[in-house]
Design a protein around this ligand. Structure first.
Ligand code: NAI
Ligand code: COI
Length: 403
């Protein structure tokens, strides 16, 4: 296989702290690649008026494989206020560059595994009726539609006349249409059958490959009859090709409750953009939090792997960095799976599992049991130290992690 080139986009805040650690681990498992840095994020917006510069787009177009750290996204007014003065008044508008990237390259399948590593003190624990406790093994993969839904970016404050006319033409919405000027905001939830089909097919294909027993379509079709209704209908159709896999249907609100009752019963979850974002964070909370939540944005040609977390401004300025790089390292392992290097990916996951199980080296987020933030630093390893521990285990880990 030709030596791949990986476009590295650390972005903002802790993205800059965790991404270099993932590269150390990739190198340690013998993944031979070239790495090319690309700019993205808040500074690009402030200085250039574009958070996803063309030079970054070109690099991704060329190399087709990316590792991404995190970006800072701010609401419209805050973003406008930080734009360089000479760029103001030119009609530039901030939009999250990672969302733009997903749409531009049609990275429509977002895959977010949530797997509990035994020995993680923050794994979800449930009280039993006999007064004891049990720790369910969570092994869920969320498939989130990544390019449309409520993150499509089709929205207005004070919508234009044609949108108001469309609203007015519907008896039920006429009152909304007459809401004056800036008092009306509209965000459109778009679902296309084609993309509903693609995300449902990706979910079932994954369930079949890794022998999950069920796929759950997690929407709200009782209220969002058209959009969630379409997602659910498509899931039912796709399931017909997979008679060995059960299709369950849940409402997003109920699902967020059920996942703390019986998380071990779920296998693959499929959802539209916002609901997939929400439910994957919720499941991540059962397996140690955002420091363990990896993800892949996967299209037919380009794929970009990133931790689920954001730029965590609270920790961005700390030196040495104390955040957990595991989500980023697991995302790099997902990248290896994607390009057919699963043996190396399994070695990485095994090394992480070993470090967690051993319990000698833990970042602050794996230690916060009582006492809140004040106890953060007590005995916690920093970002580099936990990566060092993972590297030691990578040496001895055999590819034994496969499901
Ligand atoms: N895909 C992306 O780049 C995303 C970007 N964001 C952006 O990030 C910024 C901050 O957003 P927040 O809502 O604070 O979410 P966040 O994910 O950045 O952080 C929330 C909290 O989670 C914990 N956390 C996150 N990552 C961690 C790690 N690796 N190790 C240990 N603890 C970790 C920290 O307590 C942190 O304060 C915002 O501007 C937001 O728009 C948020 C989510 C995703
Ligand atoms: C772009 C982010 C700010 C939203 C998010 O949490 C995500 O889509 O990953």
């Amino acid at each position: 296989m030709a030596r791949p080139t990986v476009v590295t986009m650390p972005g903002d805040g802790i993205g800059n702290q965790v991404l270099p650690q993932a590269i150390r681990v990739l190198e340690a498992v013998g993944f031979e690649a070239n790495y090319v840095h690309a700019d993205i994020g808040w500074e690009c917006w402030c200085n250039e008026g574009n958070a996803l510069p063309d030079r970054t787009i070109q690099l991704l177009r060329k190399h087709k494989l990316g590792l991404f750290g995190a970006i800072t996204s701010k609401p419209k007014k805050a973003a406008d206020a930080e734009l360089k003065p000479e760029l103001r008044g030119k009609g530039l508008s901030y939009f999250s560059p990672i969302v733009t990237m997903r749409q531009l390259f049609n990275l429509d399948v977002c895959m977010r595994p949530c797997l509990s590593f035994p020995g993680n003190p923050l794994n979800f624990i449930r009280q039993t009726t006999c007064g004891g406790f049990e720790e369910p093994q969570v092994d869920v993969v969320v498939f989130r539609q990544n390019t449309e839904g409520l993150y499509a970016g089709v929205e207005w404050t004070n919508p234009p006349e044609n949108v108001r006319t469309a609203l007015a033409s519907h008896k039920k919405f006429a009152a909304f249409a007459n809401t004056p000027g800036e008092e009306l905001a509209v965000s459109v939830r778009i679902i296309t059958k084609k993309n509903a089909q693609r995300i449902c097919e990706a979910a079932f294909k994954h369930a079949k490959k890794y022998r999950y027993k069920n796929v759950t379509i997690c929407e709200k079709p009782n209220v969002l009859r058209e959009t969630s209704g379409m997602m659910e209908e498509v899931a039912k159709q796709v399931q017909k090709q997979y008679p060995e896999i059960a299709l369950w249907s849940t409402n997003i609100d109920a699902q967020t409750m059920w996942l703390t009752k019986n998380p071990e019963e779920y296998g693959v979850i499929v959802a539209s953009n916002l609901f997939g974002d929400v439910i994957s964070d919720a499941f991540a909370g059962l397996v140690g939090g955002l420091g363990f939540a990896a993800s892949g944005n996967i299209g037919d040609e380009v794929a970009v792997f990133e931790p689920t977390h954001g730029s965590a401004p609270k920790y961005a300025e700390l030196n040495p960095s104390i955040v957990n790089p595991i989500a980023m390292i697991l995302s790099a392992a997902m990248m290896l799976d994607h390009i057919g290097e699963s043996e190396k990916a399994d070695r990485i996951r095994k090394a992480i599992a070993d470090v967690v199980k051993e319990g000698k080296v833990r970042t602050y987020d794996m230690m916060r049991i009582a006492g809140g933030p004040k106890s953060l630093a007590q005995g916690a390893a920093n970002t580099v130290q936990i990566t060092d521990a993972i590297l030691v285990h990578v040496e001895t880990a055999i590819a034994a992690f496969a499901r």
